[in-house]
Ligand binder design. Structure first.
Ligand code: ZN
Length: 324
């Protein structure tokens, strides 16, 4: 079976292919992916591209090298990610990697390191990697995968060539997931997280779609005054809070995009939510702040309640404003 790659990888493939064929593949490549677009998969594909035994159709997906890389077992391809409890990639791991990259490849291809997510490197680790990129051993490629390149050291970014991986449309993402995982409410599941398809590759789409429907129902009921925030804050805080916040953020983002692209927001009132754009931006900021805090020890129920009161008040203002 040869490799079938998502269509939205095409532009990035073409760029890597051209650079490799011309013998000017950079030693450091920063893959800037939209969240869930598949940066890690693209990195593995590049590792296969430069190590495949069949030059005429690399990566073939069938040779020993391609199979080993797909299985994560190739001796010349080293993944570097946070280990154990740590959320960071530490300096010792980078030093070990640098020592390994300095050795000759086992095969006839390249030594490849895949750092994912690259922003997990702490400043010491990033500086250690910078040294390797300043004097890279021959036939080595370091692939840094991130959806937040601004969180990397500027000096590290400047040592890498950029490869942009733009995510697919929601419809295209849903089609991809249906072919990879089977039928399911993928569009709703994608809308629940606001991420690309690779973030959902192991997810239960029905559970996500249900959670989204429940979350949006609550927003509507709170906005119309039918439900008081204290009645639902506990339920939100107890389980799936981060997914619920992602649902709200993704819903708000969709509404903002709709209202700024069509300018006529009257049809939005059909959803029963009828927000105006300022309130959407306010809610978006509030949700984003709360998502950052939701991993800390804040009182989650109180924070949810405050968020929903804010939403209730702005919806009220909207109702009286539109009557005026
Ligand atoms: Zn191959």
């Amino acid at each position: 079976m040869s490799i079938v790659l998502p269509s939205w990888f095409d532009a990035a493939f073409a760029e890597v292919n051209a650079a490799f064929a011309a013998g000017r593949l950079a030693h450091g490549i920063l893959i800037h992916e939209d969240p869930g677009a598949g940066g890690l998969e693209l990195a593995r594909w590049i590792a296969q591209r430069v190590n495949c035994s069949d030059a005429s159709r690399a990566p073939c997906g069938e040779c020993q090298s391609c199979k080993w890389i797909a299985a994560g077992q190739h001796p010349d391809v080293t993944p570097l990610s946070p280990e154990g409890e740590s959320a960071q990639i530490l300096i010792q791991a980078v030093r070990d990697l640098a020592a390994d990259l300095a050795l000759t490849a086992h095969g006839r291809g390249y030594k490849v390191a895949i750092v994912w997510p690259a922003e997990a490197m702490n400043v010491f680790a990033a500086n250690a990697l910078l040294k390797t990129l300043e004097e890279p051993p021959a036939r080595t490629v370091v692939l840094l995968v991130t959806s937040q390149p601004s969180r990397l050291l500027a000096t590290l970014r400047s040592r890498c060539s950029r490869l942009r991986l733009t995510g697919p449309s929601r419809h295209e993402a849903a089609e991809y997931l249906a072919s990879a995982r089977g039928a399911g409410p993928w569009e709703d599941a994608l809308a629940a997280t606001g991420s690309g398809p690779f973030a959902l590759i192991d997810a239960d789409p029905a559970a996500l779609a249900d959670l989204r429907a429940d979350t949006l129902r609550t927003l509507r009921d709170v906005g119309s005054g039918n439900v008081q925030p204290p009645a639902v804050a506990d339920k939100w805080a107890r389980g799936e809070l981060s997914t619920r916040l992602a649902c709200v953020e993704s819903w708000v983002t969709d509404r903002i995009l709709e209202s700024t692209s069509i300018r006529d927001v009257t049809h939005l009132s059909g959803s029963g939510l009828a927000p105006n754009i300022c309130h959407l931006f306010e809610l978006s900021d509030a949700v984003r702040d709360m998502r950052k805090l939701s991993h800390t020890s804040i009182n989650k129920a109180m924070a949810v309640e405050a968020l929903l009161w804010r939403w209730a008040r702005s919806s009220e203002g909207k109702t009286s404003g539109s009557r005026a």
